[in-house]
Structures are given as structure tokens and as C-alpha cells.
Write a protein that binds this ligand. Sequence first.
Ligand code: 13P
Ligand code: SF4
Length: 303
Amino acid sequence: MADQSELVAQINKLKTQRNAIILAHNYQLPEIQDMADFLGDSLGLSRQAAATDAEVIIFCGVHFMAESAKLLAPDKTVLMPDVAAGCPMADMITAQQLRDFKAAHPGAPVVAYVNTTAAVKAESDICCTSSNAVAEVCSLPEEPILFVPDVNLGEWTQEQVPEKKIVLYPGHCAPHLNIRPEIIQRLKQEHPDAAVIVHPECVKEVRDMADVVTSTGGMVRFARETDVAEIIVGTEKGMAYRLQKENPDKTFYPIEQALCPNMKKTTLPKVLNALKNMTGEINIPPDVVDKARQSVERMIELG
Ligand code: 13P
Ligand code: SF4
């Protein structure tokens, strides 16, 4: 089997031949993070997809992220090295379930976390990520506002804008629910000078123990700017690799229990295979593509 540097060399050669760009989420395996052209959070990756001149986007992340890239770059070929890399939270609400939710709250607009299928985005008014959920909710004058599917991001958003009436849907992220308050408590005892940063997908009890609640992109900025030398990283464990690499003078403590198996499905041999054979192409069902794009574009336009 080819070693990693040989695989990366082959990937880079094919990437040039195909005029491709490799986008990777912050939770990807270290070797994927190291060879990506752009590493980022959901919002950053969407923006990158919308702006690229490349003809092919190799998307190293989970399915809803690659779908967002395709919605924003419809003329590009978007390939996933492993199309089975899904997000179980995104599968917690179907288009029919959202229609039923809307029927129970007539006239209420819907903010959909990007962690949803294109079919659900098509039933929504605007999308959001964890970096802009508050701004997206505030952009809607109507009330109440339906927020799907993550109950924890929705609850955290509600806490930031208590004047808005938000109706939550009971979706969740299992890897983030594994970040139990006892784990944070123990790490705080072991590292009393450490700052605690957590993702808004964590439960309230964990969020309330944190110094900062933010998206993975927000964590990158916080780690760069803070004077604190030790940081407990309350999100998927892959995040700590990037933070440690970019801030070698600081120490980061990952939560070992917070593992997203889908984020680890993308490997170097699968990236090479996608580039070689142009496999794993993302196509959005034609009946939902236009409406789903409107929801994502509205989010991007809002800034
Ligand atoms: P970010 O948008 O913060 O990168 O989060 C994406 C995600 O899937 C969190 O579990
Ligand atoms: Fe989905 Fe959670 Fe994995 Fe993010 S960490 S992709 S929300 S399952």
C-alpha cells in the first residue's frame, strides 16, 4: 500500500490535471486536514465553494455540507470521497416531518440549520450555521420562528435573543451529547487554568460551564487570539488537531468521547479514488434544487 506522502503526491498531481480544489471540515482526519486547500467550518466551506474558480470540488466532510457546496456552485462537479459519510442529525427531520411541524404553526417562518437535507432546506425560509444562527433568526420579523433540527443550537440561539419567540424541534448530535458535564468538570479539575470552549450543539449544562460557546471557526479565532495557554475543546475531537497545529505554544485538551464516525470516513485513498475515477458525484433532486438554493443563498447574502 502506498505511504501517505506518496498518496498526497498523487492527489496533488491529479488535482492540477482536473482543476480541482479540496475543501475539508475541521473534524476531518489529520492527514486530510494537512493536504486540504481550505479547512473550515460549515459556513466557511460554503463560502469557499461559492467563490472558487476550480471546476471540481472534492468535499471532505459530511453529505449535507457537500450538498450545500453543490447548491452554491451548481456548475461545478462536487465529489465526495465517501458518499456514505452522512450526518445523523440531518436525518432526524424529513421534508414531511417539517411540513407537519409547519402545519402545527401556520404562518411561522423556518430557520433550518445547514445540517439538513436539500429537501428540508427547500421547505425552509432561510438556513443558518452555528456561526450565524442569531443573525438569521433576527433577520425574520415574523414570530414565532420554527428552528430545525438541533434543539441545543436552537435553545442557545433563544438564550441570545430572549425577545424572539423560537419553537424548537427535538433533533440532536450524538457526538456532542457525549460531552457530559462530569467530563468537563474532571478536565477543569485537572487543568484549573484552562479556558473551556464548547460548540452550541452541546447540552445547556455543558454550555453553562464554558467560557466561550462558538462554532468551529469561532474556536480557531479564539485559540489564535487568547492569552490563555491551555484550552479544553468541547466539540468533536478532530478539532483539537488543527488548534494544536496552529498554536504550538498552547495546549489543547480534546474530549475523547466526542467522536463523529462519519467525519472519519474520508481517507487519502478514497480522495485519490474520487479524483481518479470522478466518483461520488453530488446531485440535488431537481424538484427541490431551486427552493433549497434560495434558503442557502439567503443565508450567504446576509453575511
Ligand atoms: P461548524 O459549522 O461549527 O463547523 O459545525 C458543523 C458541525 O457539524 C458541528 O457538529
Ligand atoms: Fe452531524 Fe454531529 Fe457529526 Fe456534526 S458532529 S456532522 S452534527 S453527527
